[in-house]
Design a protein around this ligand. Sequence first.
Ligand code: CU
Length: 167
Amino acid sequence: MQTTILLITLVLMAGVLTLILRTVRATDGPAPSQTVNRTRSWLIWAMIAGGVIISVASLREWPHADAGGDALVVNVTSGQWWWDTDTTEIPLGQQVEFRVTTEDVNHGLGIYDPDMRLVAQVQAMPEYINKLVHTFDEPGTYQILCMEFCGIAHHDMTYEFDVVEAN
Ligand SMILES: [Cu+2]
């Protein structure tokens, strides 16, 4: 697969190089006619319009919307090389809004389920609170692992919390 991707990339790069060389050579010749200039201008504006239309059409709902009013707020603080949370017990099926920050450098909060599958993630950034909204639908012990290389003990930056049946 990687070899295929590499070959496709090389072919496309050769195509781009050919276009660049043709363009550079073309500047030595006579100036392009007004028709050519008009066509180029039209193409450029069509590409810009196409880019805007595709960008707007493919935009999704803003992913950082606040949770509903009855979400459980869990504050998460981090630093080299630790995590800390308000609580280590989260009720099953309860919408949770993690408010994540760090006291030093950037960290990556990655939440893994009991089978070590990543279920949610967000950046922990200094002097900023990132919100991550998630509802846990399986009970068990979850782990937080750092997903941003943050120094010599980055690998040791782990934390655990439990998702428990609500009483
Ligand atoms: Cu880290």
